[in-house]
Write a protein that binds this ligand. Structure first.
Ligand code: GLU
Length: 295
């Protein structure tokens, strides 16, 4: 029998809050219950917002919570070559293209399209789908723009990618989606349009790095917040395109603040370090997020 492998994968762009504590503790408890392994991964591809100090603060908070993880920790910024190799494969298969539209261009384009009265389609997070303009550029035009130093991002050609696959995909959901979806979930990557798969200076995006890393680390159980439920469709598509193993997924409830809002990194009063300094114990944190004390 294969040993179950769980992971907690925070981004080191801010401090851990109660939502992270819940995710980390839940993963850790599930791993122990299953006699499995528990790994930690630092998602720091955005090197402008992530820092070694923030990474150290994450270790301190997790240690204080009583969580133990295997060493070495996988730090994404140490593995850009892995993501570049994956990106090269997608490029060789003609499944990605450089997009040159800036945020401003995109806003203006959507506003103009919507001024004519039709609502532009949105992805599951509510962002407008990327228009086809850049996808339709000729190879010579792309070359010229890149040679001129135009900034660009690599996007997945979602229609081509789904066509290359030629069959539907799904995943095994052991938690639940926002509408209580559970069991075998049909994946709908088209709902996201042409997602960003890498940036000009960074050979990856969240979607690519998370998928490559879950495979490299042999993760069998992805336990994470329900806000990533629909994004799983993109991860499943990348797994299929690259022949990667498929973990089980468990999307858990999100911890909300008293007003029902999602917690953010800037909300000091729900930060683990702030709660610790205010005298809370790890058992208090477990109770606050609805986990009982005993693992
Ligand atoms: N790094 C992501 C976050 O902090 C989580 C990624 C994942 O668990 O798949 O939201």
């Amino acid at each position: 029998m294969t040993v179950p492998v769980f992971r907690f994968a925070p981004s080191s762009n801010g401090a851990l809050h109660l939502g992270h504590a819940y995710s980390a503790m839940l993963n850790y408890r599930l791993a122990r219950k299953a006699d499995g392994r528990f790994l930690l991964r630092i998602e720091d591809i955005d090197t402008s917002r992530c820092s070694p100090e923030r990474e150290q603060a994450i270790y301190r908070d997790l240690e204080w919570l009583g969580i133990e993880w295997e060493l070495p920790v996988r730090r994404q910024s140490d593995h850009f070559e892995d993501y570049r190799a994956a990106l090269d494969r997608l490029e060789d298969a003609n499944l990605i293209y450089p997009s040159f539209m800036t945020r401003g261009d995109l806003r203006a384009f959507i506003a103009e399209a919507e001024a004519e009265g039709t609502l532009w389609p949105r992805d599951p997070d509510g962002a407008p789908l990327f228009p086809s303009l850049d996808r339709e550029r000729s190879p010579s035009e792309r070359k010229r723009l890149i040679a001129n130093g135009a900034p660009f991002a690599w996007r997945l050609d979602i229609e081509n990618a789904c066509a290359a696959l030629g069959h539907g995909i799904d995943w095994d959901e052991e938690g639940a989606g926002p509408q209580g979806q559970t069991g075998l979930i049909p994946a709908d990557p088209r709902a996201w349009g042409d997602v960003v798969i890498a940036r000009k200076e960074t050979p990856t995006s969240y979607h690519l790095a998370v998928t490559v890393d879950d495979a490299v680390q042999g993760i069998t159980h992805v336990v994470r917040g329900r806000d990533l439920f629909f994004a799983t469709a993109v991860h499943r598509l990348i797994q299929e395109l690259m022949g990667l193993p498929v973990p089980r997924y468990h999307h858990h409830a999100l911890i909300r603040d008293l007003d029902g809002r999602k917690l953010s990194k800037s909300q000091g009063d729900t930060g683990i370090a702030a709660l610790r300094q205010a005298g809370a114990t790890p058992a208090d944190i477990a109770r606050m997020v609805g986990l009982d004390e005993v693992t």
